[in-house]
Design a protein around this ligand. Structure first.
Ligand code: UDP
Ligand code: MG
Length: 336
């Protein structure tokens, strides 16, 4: 990984304006995770390469990460790589998930700017030129926000909106609404990102956590060119939990308050019952209120334990210090 490609990336970051002097050709890295995307690969390169060629004053590389695809994704990527010296392929040893695949690609990228990009062309390649332009204006991060989410289902839009709202209300790091992983990051931001040691990586959160001067552009999210989404509702739910637990401990701490509130209520109710018994005597029936209280409290306690479990599970996984991904092999033209 220390050897770099083209020799442009590192030198290009030294300059009076942070490396964006228009004379030099900055290397821009597109990092693309591929998981069972064989059908879309031809279209992908046909659409993306000309766009990158047309951006003035940059050199580019495309770092493709094959995230353990079970179809012919790897073969097709290698065919492109054999033709185009700007394309590199990082082949992971199995499917590690998009976050890990992105991490692998970002680690491999040499560019003065790095852009995570989806293989299904849901993010329009034309927007890349606009990202580069804002970066040249001096921003370290250029966020691409989805102006509309028309291509998402009603359900996905609703749950996504709810997720952002809850996440930003309870987390120490807020993440911009409707911004995916598609964005440009300068070398400095990428280096900062690489210092974050966690191996359960909620990339959107990590991207935000590192900060830096940020600009935004808006774009229209398109339908997939081929194949179908790799994220089921269940996967998205777990992804949301990952995000919520990665950036704050509010879900853990809230139980102190719920418990405190319940205890106060119980004391007040006990006093009320005692007084009522003194004034009105004992009345035996009470089955309904007892069972309601027992069930409610039992349920609340189990939720609390479940939340603690979520965190302990994450501490456990994190404490193993396993690498985020395993590379089977990196393919570059010339090196085999
Ligand atoms: N992806 C991946 N590993 C996975 C799942 C997805 O590398 O385990 C890649 C996928 O190939 C695509 C990107 O992540 O390039 C986004 O996936 P997808 O389009 O399925 O997500 P959606 O756009 O539906 O949120
Ligand atoms: Mg997609």
């Amino acid at each position: 990984m220390s050897e770099y490609f083209g020799g442009v990336g590192v030198d290009a970051t030294v300059g009076t304006d942070g490396g964006r002097s228009s004379g030099a050709h900055d290397l821009v890295s597109l990092v693309v995770p591929f998981y069972n995307e064989a059908d879309g690969i031809e279209t992908f390169f046909r659409e993306v390469t000309p766009v990158l060629e047309r951006i003035p004053g940059i050199d580019y590389e495309i770092v493709c990460v094959n995230d353990g695809s079970a179809d012919s994704t790897l073969e097709r990527l290698l065919a492109v790589c054999a033709d185009n010296p700007r394309v590199r392929v990082v082949d992971l040893s199995r499917n590690f998930g998009k976050e890990a695949a992105l991490t692998a690609g970002i680690d491999e990228a040499q560019g003065a700017a790095v852009i995570p990009f989806d293989a299904d062309l849901q993010d329009p390649p034309e927007a890349i030129a606009r990202l580069v332009q804002r970066w040249r204006e001096g921003f370290d991060v250029v966020l691409a926000k989805r102006a509309e989410r028309n291509t998402d289902t009603y359900m996905k839009r609703g749950t996504a909106a709810l997720f952002y709202r809850v996440h930003n209300a309870i987390s120490e790091t807020t993440i911009p609404e409707n911004a995916g992983d598609f964005r440009l990051m300068s070398r400095q931001v990428v280096d900062a990102l690489k210092q974050l040691p966690e191996n359960r990586r909620f990339m959107k959160g990590l991207f935000s956590w590192v900060g830096f001067r940020t600009a935004q552009i808006e774009y229209e999210r398109l339908p997939r060119t081929a194949g179908e989404t790799k994220f089921s509702a269940w996967k998205l739910w777990n992804f949301a939990l990952e995000g919520l637990t990665s950036f704050g401990t509010w879900p853990l701490r809230v139980w102190t308050y719920i418990g405190g509130g319940t205890a106060l209520f119980a004391i007040a109710y006990a006093i009320y019952l005692a007084l009522r018994t003194m004034i009105r005597g004992v009345d035996v029936p009470g089955y309904a209120s007892i069972i309601t209280a027992v069930l409610f409290l039992g349920g609340t306690q189990l939720i609390g334990i479940g939340v603690i479990g979520e965190y302990i599970g994450r501490i456990y996984m994190e404490s193993k210090r396993r690498p985020v991904y395993i590379v089977r092999r990196v393919y570059r033209q010339g090196a085999s």
